[in-house]
Ligand binder design. Structure first.
Ligand SMILES: *Cc1c(COP(=O)(O)O)cnc(C)c1O
Length: 388
């Protein structure tokens, strides 16, 4: 019987131990024992599925990965210490010197840093298209292009890329289509349905959802995951069993948390639309969003990130942060606590204005990661901070 999303998140559990526990225990063990020489030989020869060493697999990481695999409709997966470890390891496992990547320019800052500062050391170059330049994607593809990479919704400008359209381009040119699905979570969007070969998450964000642990995961095609698993097994970016145990528990409440996050985010977006000190608001499920139709087609809900442009640019953005009373000023997102950031004076402050504008970071852009506090309290804090 094929189970629903919520049920899978709760009922996909490791087998009970001899203690008949109801909730999965924490298997805090670095290694596992063998009965005899033959058991050890056949285990290492992979003639049976069993845990050998927690850098390879552990019951807690397996439970977490299996849940995400189920939720994303994937074939296989592997869990990493962080989202960046998942991204780097997936590229490192699949690419060789001389390969080429086509990526949207609006990707997570460290992903862009990896493309610019590290992959070129192995002669792996990246060509970029902007969020509104999907028409150009085919012209960027070269003989040595191996991967087409995107994030949607994007950070921090909350732009939406058309998964179906880009997935078809990847298929036509036989490219590995990789999607960072962190902002949407598998509850809102399942890129594999639109042709993604691999889906990556920073589990640090909405999957944990409570700002406690770091984690990452890559799921998708079995053949690709086999390469990624062997790379990770040899190079060691594994998720810790403790973090996997926390994250697997977090998944049990993912659907209700995300529902509430999105309900609050939509209320915040409507409030901001009416505020006189706000130039414009960007939220995927507002009709004013430039890719509203695409968002509605590929997302179940609009997500918890709302971006808006405050009137008065950089100075107004800084003043706004200073006036915030309840919400947190923090670089994280997807927490129960509402978090506000002003990228052009903080996280992206070292970029030139031209580079910032390229990824949609206008001077007055404020990013709100809407939390689970009462919507009225979030709105009153934003309201008083907007009284410039
Ligand atoms: C945070 C984030 C990452 C990196 O994840 P870490 O767990 O911090 O390493 C990657 N992609 C997106 C979209 C993110 O928001």
């Amino acid at each position: 019987m094929s189970k629903h999303f919520e049920t899978k998140a709760i009922r996909s559990q490791t087998e009970r131990s001899q203690f008949s526990e109801h909730s999965t225990p924490l298997y805090l063990t670095s290694s596992f024992v063998f009965d005899d020489a033959e058991d050890m030989r056949s285990s290492f020869a992979e003639e049976k599925e069993r845990n050998l060493y927690s850098r390879f697999t552990n019951p807690n990481t397996t439970e977490f990965v299996d849940k995400i695999v189920d939720m994303e409709g994937a074939e296989s997966g592997y869990a990493f210490a962080t989202g960046m470890a998942a991204i780097f390891s997936s590229f490192a496992a699949l690419l060789s010197a001389g390969d080429h990547i086509v990526s949207c320019r609006s990707v997570f800052g460290s992903t862009h840093g990896m493309f610019t500062n590290y992959l070129p050391k192995w002669n792996i170059e990246t060509s970029y298209f902007k969020v509104d330049e999907v028409d150009l994607v085919e012209s960027l593809i070269k003989e040595n292009t191996k991967v087409l990479y995107i994030e949607t919704p994007t950070n921090p400008a909350v732009d939406i890329l058309d998964l179906d359209r880009i997935g078809k381009i990847a298929k036509k040119h036989n490219l590995i289509f990789i999607v960072d699905n962190c902002f949407a979570t598998p509850y809102i969007q399942q890129p594999i349905k639109f042709g993604a070969d691999l889906v990556i998450h920073s589990a640090t964000k909405l999957i944990d959802g409570q700002g406690r642990v770091l984690g990452g995961v890559t799921v998708g095609r079995k053949d690709l995951l086999r390469e990624i698993y062997l790379f990770a097994r040899n190079t060691g970016p594994a998720m810790s069993p403790f973090n996997a145990w926390v994250l697997s528990k977090s998944l049990e409440t993912l659907s209700i948390r995300v529902e509430k996050h999105c309900e609050n985010a939509l209320k915040v977006a409507h409030f901001l639309e009416e505020n006189e000190n706000v130039e414009f608001v960007k939220y995927p499920f507002l009709q004013s969003h430039p890719q509203y139709e695409v968002a509605k087609n590929q997302m179940k809900l609009g997500g918890n990130i709302v971006a808006f442009e405050i009137k008065g640019g950089i100075d107004a953005g800084r003043k706004f942060l200073d006036k915030i009373k309840m919400c947190s000023l923090s670089a994280n997102l997807g927490d129960t606590r509402t978090i506000v950031t002003h990228p052009s004076s903080t996280t992206h402050g070292r970029l030139s204005e031209e580079d910032r504008l390229e990824v949609g970071i206008t001077n007055g852009l404020v990013r709100v990661s809407v939390g689970l506090e009462h919507a009225d309290d979030i709105i009153s804090d934003l309201k008083q901070a907007l009284e410039l």
